[in-house]
Design a protein around this ligand. Structure first.
Ligand code: ACO
Length: 470
């Protein structure tokens, strides 16, 4: 099959948020630390009536409803998450409840876990399956979801929550480039969750930033060298991408990361070209990369010189990240959805564009890859043996349908309910004290949940979870 990639997307985020400026006051930190220092505006969070199963189920069912694809047309379902409510039973196995009525239980795939990387691992599994000899002609669905929470303190304003479901198949509008995926995998204790009874990670913030930058440098270098060999068009610097999308722990880190890629480009220039472009920066050109992660001179110089490019190539993709926070596994795909939503007036202007995506999960696993945008029309070109999207009679999923289905993101974000920091803090305490409690009946308010949202109603004494839908 040709042009394998993402055909449709559905984004779910919590219906309530805390304002980061109000959180600064509440936490007693200096004004601007979260909003300017981290670049965060609002932070979505879940009460005790939402868990990873309900989040993923909401994203999955809404994707299926909006595309009109029949559950029997799905041959693989992959989940990426680091929010574990069970050390054995996968979230995927729970999501099979959505398939029950269709009678389709022939659905490959389970969960992928490694911090924020699981969504990308799940996407690659799905794409690999469609491109493989095991493919049976049906679609794959990928669901990335997490409830990202930190203990109170410096990391808490970088929390978030959400789930994104993606339909994967051939003749897609968002086609993954072949032969260029470039990974950097390593052992590090920058962020990990060894305490099974707690939702919170152990995090070494500074080390996690160093690891993120090291992974970014390594992946970019390998990506460019593979691109030279495997892509028809020349891709040799940031300027060759329509957009550069990042896993986003917080928006400021992404601006620094964009600047870091610009610094990497600068290092690849000849001495003469480097001197002509940035005469005052040539001294930085040959420093060992690992000595430069926290070099303020380099950071400030390249943040300034790359700012204009950042504003056009990356800033538009930070809508969900600044409004909802770090969703963990869906974060990069939130960047993709935010970017696409910005083109709802003219989606076809994207045809032929190439996007660069960087996925990072602490511990650590990271990959840079690229997507080429095509007009799509997945249904029209599928073979006769493929069970097609059926129930809503649409003419398949084209780029413009994908983009227009995301055009209400801003309005959905604006319709959320603002919750005072004290209530947010009380809800975090409640989640903390009831985490893994059984039997347990959630007390969180469900009245703010939007129609179509699944929520947790009860956990019985054998830890079996029950759900209902608004
Ligand atoms: N106005 C403007 N800026 C301010 C203010 C202020 N009043 N106060 C502080 N700042 C700036 C700081 O100068 C700093 O800027 P810099 O990054 O350019 O140095 C920034 O705000 C953050 O302030 P710090 O004092 O460095 O923040 P702190 O150390 O308390 O926490 C951290 C930041 C480490 C990112 C923390 O939130 C954390 O641990 N988060 C989780 C880990 C994480 O997200 N890591 C990223 C990769 S791994 C992953 O994805 C989970």
């Amino acid at each position: 099959p040709q042009d394998v990639g993402i055909i449709a997307m559905e984004v779910y985020f919590p219906a309530q948020f805390v304002d980061q400026a109000e959180l600064e006051d509440f936490d007693g930190v200096s004004k601007g630390k979260y909003t300017i220092g981290l670049g965060q505006t609002r932070m979505g969070f879940c009460s005790d009536c939402e868990d990873i199963n309900s989040l993923c189920l909401t994203a999955l069912t809404q994707l299926m409803e909006k595309t009109g694809i029949d559950y029997t047309s799905i041959g693989r379902l992959e989940v990426g998450t680091e929010t574990l409510v069970d050390k054995s039973k996968s979230v995927k196995s729970f999501l099979m409840t959505a398939f029950a009525a269709s009678g389709n239980s022939d659905v490959e795939g389970v969960d992928s876990t490694n911090a924020c990387y699981g969504g990308t691992a799940a996407l690659f599994n799905a794409v690999n399956w469609v491109e493989s000899s095991a493919w049976d002609g049906r679609y794959a669905v990928v669901v990335a979801g997490d409830i990202a929470v930190y203990a109170s303190g410096a990391a808490r304003p970088t929390s978030g929550a959400g789930a994104i479901a993606m339909l994967v198949g051939p003749n897609a509008p968002l086609v993954l480039d072949r032969g260029v995926r470039s990974s950097h995998m390593n052992h590090s204790y920058d962020f990990y969750k060894p305490v099974m009874s707690s939702e919170y990670p152990i995090v070494d913030g500074k080390l996690s930033i160093r690891c993120y930058f090291a992974a970014l440098d390594s992946c970019y270098k390998t990506y460019l060298s593979k691109a030279r060999k495997h892509l028809d068009e020349e891709v040799k610097s940031l300027a060759d991408f329509k957009a550069v999308l990042f896993h986003t722990p917080y928006c400021k880190l992404v601006q620094k990361s964009f600047a870091r890629l610009a610094y990497n480009d600068f290092r690849c220039l000849s001495p003469e070209a480097a001197a002509a472009l940035h005469p005052s920066l040539t001294a930085f050109r040959d420093l060992p990369l690992e000595d430069t992660y926290f070099n303020r001179d380099i950071e400030q110089a390249f943040m300034a010189s790359s700012e204009e490019a950042f504003l056009t190539q990356t800033k538009p993709s930070l809508l969900l990240a600044t409004e909802v926070g770090n969703m963990y596994t869906p974060s990069l795909y939130g960047a993709l959805a935010s970017f696409l939503a910005g083109y709802s007036a003219d989606p076809d202007s994207l045809v032929g564009s190439r996007l660069c995506l960087f996925s990072y999960g602490s511990g650590l696993a990271s990959t840079m890859y690229s997507i080429v945008i095509k007009s799509g029309l997945a249904q029209q070109r599928l073979g006769a043996d493929v069970r097609l999207p059926s129930s809503n009679g649409q003419a398949g999923w084209s780029l413009s349908q994908l983009v227009s289905s995301l055009s209400d993101l801003q309005q959905r974000l604006a319709s959320r309910q603002k919750v005072p920091p004290q209530i947010y803090s009380d809800i975090m305490k409640l989640r903390e004290s009831t985490h893994h409690l059984a039997p347990y009946k959630p007390v969180g308010c469900t009245s703010s949940l939007l129609p179509g949202t699944w929520y947790l109603t009860y956990i019985d004494d054998l830890h079996r979870r029950q759900y209902e839908r608004v």
